[in-house]
Design a protein. Sequence first.
Length: 340
Amino acid sequence: MKKNYNIENWELMAKYFADECTSQEQEELFNWKNESKENQLLYNQVKEDIELINLNKSMNKVNVESAWEKVENRIQEDELKLPEVEEKKTRFVFSPVLKYAAVALLLLSIGFFTTKIYQNVTTQNVNYAYASKSEQGKEIILPDGSEVVLNADSKIAYPKEFAANERKVTLHGEAFFDVTKNTEKPFIIEAEEAEVRVLGTSFNVNADIPGDKVEVFVETGLVQLSRKKNGEEKVLINPGDVGVLNSNLLIKEKNKDQNIIAWKTKELVFRDDKLDNVIQTLNKVYNVSIECTNQEVLNLKYTSTFRNQDIDNVLSVICLTFNLKTEIKNNTIYLVKYNS
């Protein structure tokens, strides 16, 4: 990937993620981001790395001044590569708060200079695991033997050794948990504003839903879902049920989505489903981008079952069924009628 050495863009991103951007600077940043796919990728990776820092929620073990010196050295190296600018142009001066954002960019954004994507990172006594967009189904074994399967573009933070009285992890994204039973040490997952507490069971947690919504599907055992800031507000979720939490509600209900963990099992079941819903499911399960602009096609009903099939085979069957074809443009798969 061609490297972007424009230090002004790095300063704007650092200000934005430190909540120090003016509305004009935010507009400037977003305009720059939308100029090219390269800019979009850079912005997204900075955002992902800032989220990795938020998993730990602590910078108290980082030598900020020493790290800041490294940031300044990095900036000076980059400036040597920049074209000459007007001498009268005023350089932006980083505030103390912004230094933390810049340190974050140094500590967790080296990948932007080396095109490396983080896989597993260890910081002090915390382990971080990250599944990239191409690593859907990445398996992690926790210190107590519990198994975690990460969906694409998901992250988890967990201690090298669990505490004496609890086993706590932090999740960003979606993951399936198979927790080793220990009645004396509850297993706790923090995801967005939700807290999930179990003793030993298997379940799916999805915190990758718009509107800060968290969804918990229980396969076996019993799971408690509550708010981190108000543990008294909670629900107990039984096998086959789904717990849902957002800023306005906390409920449990019967699961109506047969493919809720199909991203993990790769078993898809469609029973008289609209093709519109089928496409949405395929996008989630296979982490792809499929679109159709023909409303008549989207309203077609589809019934079938797929087990361990790749997306090409699934689409071939669907296209054969409805006399459709696929057209690929800009990494998006479009379903269109043959006669269109």
